[in-house]
Design a protein around this ligand. Structure first.
Ligand code: F6R
Length: 260
């Protein structure tokens, strides 16, 4: 796992956005795995800015999002379909037919989950998977004790996750209890993973992911098994790591070295 610790939240977001942009520029037909959540919003804004300046095209890119709430229609303002439209898709030159999210209001959500796996495979698999991390160590909506070999399926959300997401829903509307999410096994199949975490509330999950034992209690720790994962952190989210000096030594200021 490559651990890049940046001096500030802004620097971490710039770094992650720069990596995604460089990847798309080098691989115009990339299949991107995308995440939602507060951490990703400024990253997507930076991609939109680059596109607006004519520096970046998504015309041939295909995307697969990690997850969608069960029971929420794509048109619902709090759906991840809406999030992606508002944050990214409607501001760039991506072909809408090449963007994929699980359908949370499908007649059979289990069948929808299975067919999502098929669609990913048909597209040739994910080449770069973007990830955030939950305070409880989840990636996608793979909550603690998710099978480390799991595939796309329906997961019950924890109360921690539901309360973290409550801010996005109107006060009179209950937050969803279930989501369709790519599994940990699905995520590990991506050729490359890029996880961005910022803020002190992520510090313990980040430490468990990078240095803790490989364990279903911290689903993100499964990334220890992945051959090409880069984790981009700010100082606050890296605060609980034990080997901080080493990470700074290997990647001063979060920069890559000549061996990368
Ligand atoms: C959602 C997803 C989640 C979020 C995580 C962090 O698609 O993948 O794993 O990345 O819940 O969310 P924020 O960034 O809001 O703290």
């Amino acid at each position: 796992m490559k651990v890049l610790i940046c001096s500030s939240r802004e620097a971490a977001i710039d770094r992650a956005a720069g990596m995604v942009a460089d990847y798309v520029a080098a691989h115009p037909r990339a299949v991107l795995g995308l995440a939602t959540g507060g951490t990703m919003l400024p990253l997507y804004q930076r991609l939109v800015d680059r596109h607006g300046k004519g520096h970046l095209s998504f015309a041939e890119v295909t995307t697969f999002n990690l997850d969608e709430y069960v029971g929420i229609a794509p048109e619902h303002p709090c759906s991840y379909h809406s999030y992606m439209r508002d944050a990214l898709f409607s501001h760039i030159d991506i072909d809408e037919a090449h963007t994929h999210l699980p359908l949370g209001n499908a007649d059979c959500v289990h069948q929808e989950a299975r067919s999502y796996e098929t669609r990913i495979n048909t597209a040739g698999g994910i080449s770069l998977q973007l990830l955030g991390i939950g305070q409880n160590g989840h990636i996608g909506f793979n909550e603690p004790t998710s099978s480390l070999g799991s595939r796309t399926r329906v997961k019950t959300l924890t109360e921690t996750t539901r309360s973290a997401n409550r801010r996005y829903f109107p006060a009179d509307e209950d937050t969803p209890r279930y989501a369709i999410t790519m599994g940990i096994g699905t995520i590990l199949d991506a050729q490359n993973c890029l996880l961005l975490a910022t803020g002190p509330e992520k510090a313990q999950a980040v430490a468990d992911m990078i240095e803790g034992p490989l364990s279903a209690i911290c689903p993100a720790s499964a990334l220890q098994l992945h051959p090409s994962t880069t984790v981009i952190l700010d100082e606050a989210s890296s605060a609980n790591l034990r080997l901080t000096d080493y990470y700074h030594h290997v990647h001063p200021n979060g920069e890559e070295t000549r061996f990368d």
